[in-house]
Write a protein that binds this ligand. Sequence first.
Ligand SMILES: [Zn+2]
Ligand SMILES: [Zn+2]
Length: 211
Amino acid sequence: SMFNSRRISALFAPRLTDGVVKLDIRTQDAQTNTVLTTYHLQSPLEGTRMGCVQAALQFAEPAELPTDPFLILQNKYPALRALRTDADIGDGMWICYHCRHENILRHWKGPFPFKYLRCDRCDRQLSHTCHSSEVLTPWPFGMISAPAPPLGHEVRYCHVCTQCGLSHRAEMVGTTLDFYGVTCAGCGSSSYGDWPRYYIGSVEPYRRDPD
Ligand SMILES: [Zn+2]
Ligand SMILES: [Zn+2]
């Protein structure tokens, strides 16, 4: 994860010199991750901002191990959705509150842990009223303290832009979570701590029992 974070930082780095965007990259911990913290637009070049995000999304690597083939054989994955490969199964699902569509979740390394969380059927973004499996466990607004991730591991908390649905990995200093003052890397809107928050839980319960 350490190398992945650095690679993403490097992807953004060339932009630092051309004065189009300014990135504020902060070291979370001397030993562990370099975390992309804030993202400021200095001129409204939509194409450039989207280019940066698209690159980060395109080169993101899966954060979880693939589903054990033994589990696929053992489980009666719903035939309707024909979940037969790791790519089909993913790391969990969320059910759209508006249209009831079951959307597959995949946890990615880097600053955008679930990429865009928009419904495949109706295109609305995930909200707190949508049900989701353990990998995306709703996290109460009042909780700002949590165990620090093990050395070399990424923070397992995230929040989701209410305007465009892009998921952002949370910042953490010591055992304190910081969800405030983030500018969405996808659409430029600001979070005042009001985006829905989630704990990135285990993929195991879902993979053992995908219903
Ligand atoms: Zn929907
Ligand atoms: Zn956004």
